[in-house]
Design a protein around this ligand. Structure first.
Ligand code: AMP
Length: 433
């Protein structure tokens, strides 16, 4: 077998990795603004965690999990999503009893699903998401949606499409499921194999079957809104009216059911088609849930959350040029001229780093022409050229690689010289804005 990355996984390298890091940084910063705390749970969980929560009615649990027996013959699963593990941790550590509620947790990292790889769909992909757990409130539901939109706004997204729906409370859902069972029961012979399973396990899942003929049949299926309890309906309108007051646009889409079993009440997705016209699928999905903690041995407590797909966020941002201004290069590329200066250049480079500027030196004296080419390739902003004459005089040329302007700087006064230059540069940027 060829030594290459496993099918459906991908390496994230160099500029792409900088892009992911930037997205995660913005994501975490906005979450902190909303009072969320960093939360890190293991990739591996006992399979039970997902069976009990994500649910046997979901495609994820039924056929997409990386599940295996460990050497102690315990069934473990590489997380196919974060929510179940986060809820497991909250129950295990009784955070619902010791922390002020709602507990607001954000997280990001790899998740694993054995799906058919295609555009925007991987087997190892990366999610960034939040859970707000312990208070049952249409207002926290709305705040969570507002958080998702704020993060995307801060990343520079425009033209987002928020789809929202309500699945109602348990009584509403049970009534609706019965109605769907009856309706689809009459058509099931013409429908796909998966829908046969869905009809048995969770008929609501049929509504987002991708098979065209099944979609035709689903069009005339009973509608959730006709089975909503009064309370669920009121609750939904509370959430919508908050979104209105925040000027967040949405479309109520009553075919939106979401793939995981624990959802109830409000569910939502955000879509964006990139300027290239490519549709990478939903950027994020989320919703409210009630029975999750209790399914894992905790108390009856509600929660609400969402998860972004980082691959999809990245792809749209890349296509739309939202990552063009990322600063990835180094500040000063120190160029030694002649072997005899290498030791001094080493120390000088260290001094520049200690002043808080990123610095690089090649540790070898090459021709200046090729050093300049390498500096540009590394994305360096400035080149500092050091030969024995410069060291003797204590003065060396610093060249701006973008403008080619050159300035002599005093080496024994590096802090002030660099602060002046980089400070000026910042001011310059502000003027441009
Ligand atoms: P879900 O946990 O299924 O609600 O998915 C949340 C988000 O994760 C989706 O909106 C996608 O952005 C992303 N996502 C889900 N499955 C995949 C996949 N196989 N590959 C890449 N991204 C995915």
């Amino acid at each position: 077998m060829a030594i290459i990355a496993v099918k459906g996984t991908h390496d994230i390298l160099l500029d792409e990795a900088s892009g992911y890091a930037y997205i995660e940084k913005v994501f975490a910063a906005v979450c902190e603004l909303f009072g969320y705390r960093d939360f890190r749970t293991p990739v591996l969980e006992y399979t039970e965690v997902f069976n009990r929560s994500t649910g046997e009615g979901s495609d994820v649990v039924r056929k997409e999990m990386y599940t295996f027996l460990d050497k102690g013959e315990r069934s473990v699963t590489m997380r196919p999503e974060f929510t179940a593990g986060v809820a497991r941790a909250i129950v295990e550590h009784k955070l619902y009893a010791t922390e002020d509620l709602p507990l607001k947790a954000y997280y990001y990292g790899p998740v694993f699903r054995y799906e058919r790889p295609q555009l925007g769909r991987y087997r190892q992909f990366h999610q960034a998401g939040v859970e707000c757990i312990g208070v049952n409130s249409a207002r926290f539901d709305a705040e969570t949606i507002a958080l998702a939109m704020e993060i995307l706004g801060m990343l520079g997204f425009t033209g987002l499409h928020l789809k929202i729906n309500t699945l109602g409370d348990e009584a509403s859902r049970n009534a609706y499921r019965e109605a769907l069972k009856e309706y689809f029961g009459k058509h099931i012979d013409e429908m796909c194999e998966d829908c046969h399973d869905r009809l048995r396990l969770n008929p609501m899942r049929i509504l987002d079957c991708k098979v065209e003929h099944d979609q035709e049949i689903a069009k005339n299926a009973p509608k959730m809104k006709d089975y909503l309890s009064e309370e669920s309906e009121k609750r939904f309108y509370t959430t919508l009216s908050i979104l209105n007051s925040l000027d967040i646009e949405y479309e109520v889409d009553d075919s939106l059911v979401r793939g995981l079993d624990y959802y109830g009440e409000v569910v939502f997705e955000v879509h964006a088609v990139s300027k290239t016209g490519k549709d990478y699928g939903a950027l994020l999905g989320g919703g409210h849930y009630d029975g999750l903690l209790s399914a894992l041995g905790g108390p009856e407590m509600a929660g609400v959350g969402f998860a972004f797909g980082l691959e999809r966020i990245y792809s749209v941002m890349k296509d739309d040029g939202l990552l063009n201004d990322l600063e990835t290069g180094i500040d000063v590329y120190v160029m030694p001229v002649g072997e005899e200066v290498l030791d001094d250049v080493f120390v000088l480079t260290t001094n520049i780093r200690n002043l808080g500027y990123s610095a690089y030196t090649p540790m070898a004296a090459g021709k200046l022409g090729s050093q300049f080419k390498k500096a540009v390739k590394r994305g360096a902003k400035y080149a500092l050229i050091i030969g024995s004459e410069e060291l003797e005089k204590g003065v060396a040329p610093l060249k701006n690689l973008a403008t080619q302007e050159q300035k002599e700087i005093k080496l024994d006064n590096l802090a002030e010289e660099l602060d002046a230059i980089f400070g000026l540069e910042e001011e310059h940027h502000h003027h441009e804005e």
